[in-house]
Write a protein that binds this ligand. Structure first.
Ligand SMILES: [Zn+2]
Length: 271
């Protein structure tokens, strides 16, 4: 068969290649089977791994603390002007308790981790003489070792997709744990100052008593200190803080004056 002649050699080579390939695959499969069985054996019998598992069971770390917040924006302009820091501070103000809890979880992870590390030192060394077995044991140990997040990050992602999805814009900023902690403390201080100021305003308003009001009216001869009108002219007289309480004014004779309703309103409109 002369037409077969030229093909004989290539077919032999192909057959040989296929045989080699098959052998390689078989070796790979066998190696994997052997490896898996060895891993299973070590996993089941290694005192080192058993000790690790027993230690692990005593620790409950807070899982997955790093956060990603995504902001979808309505225009390219908003996208260009987006300030991730401002966004983060806004979230602190909106839900301070959530971030407070997040911070505590991370700090708790950190202190638990140092206890865990002390526990790790008591775990027995390699259980196997053979290097390949000892290495596999190490590999399994690494796999089962707990790695809690102690310095989680906060990522702010902002994006904008133009109408019909023609263009997509995406950017992100990652805040480190220390940055977030520092910013959170700072914003807490600001919030605390604000609430102290509000409490002070409430206190000053509460100090305004009927008798004090009367003392001011009497001192001012029951006349408006701006236009001079009095109750005889049919106006309603009010007692006004010269420096408003909201601007730090005190509720005391020196900072109080009699005004008619109209002048008082005029003053308020100016402020
Ligand atoms: Zn008046």
């Amino acid at each position: 068969m002369p037409e077969n002649g030229p093909f004989r050699l290539p077919i032999t080579i192909l057959t040989a290649c296929a045989a080699i390939l098959l052998a390689l695959v078989a070796i790979k499969v066998i190696r994997k089977v052997v490896r898996d069985r060895r891993r299973a054996k070590i996993r089941a019998n290694s005192p080192r791994l058993a000790a690790l598992r027993s230690l692990n069971s005593q620790f409950e770390f807070h899982p997955e603390l790093s956060r990603v917040f995504v902001r979808d924006l309505d225009s390219k302009r908003q996208y260009d002007r987006f300030d991730p820091l401002e966004c983060l501070l806004g979230m602190f103000i909106e839900s301070p308790d959530e971030f407070e809890g997040w911070l505590l979880d991370a700090e708790e992870n950190e202190s638990l981790l140092s206890e865990y590390e002390v526990g790790l030192q008591d775990i027995p060394r390699h259980s196997y003489q053979k290097v390949s077995w000892a290495m596999m044991e190490d590999e399994l140990f690494e796999e089962e070792l707990l790695r809690p997040e102690t310095e989680p990050t906060v990522t702010i992602e902002w994006r904008y997709t133009s109408p019909a999805g023609r263009r997509r814009y995406l950017d992100e900023e990652v805040f480190s744990f220390d940055e977030v902690r520092g910013l959170l403390r700072e914003s807490r201080k600001i919030a605390k100052g604000r609430s102290t100021r509000q409490a002070q305003i409430r206190r000053e308003r509460a100090l305004m008593s009927d008798s004090l009001r009367y003392d001011v009216l009497r001192r001012d001869n029951f006349t408006c200190q701006i236009c001079g009108s009095s109750a005889k002219d049919g106006v309603r007289l009010e007692v006004d803080h010269i420096v408003p309480v909201s601007k730090g004014g005190k509720t005391e004779m020196g900072n109080l004056q009699t005004l008619c309703e109209r002048c008082n309103r005029g003053k308020r409109d100016k402020v």
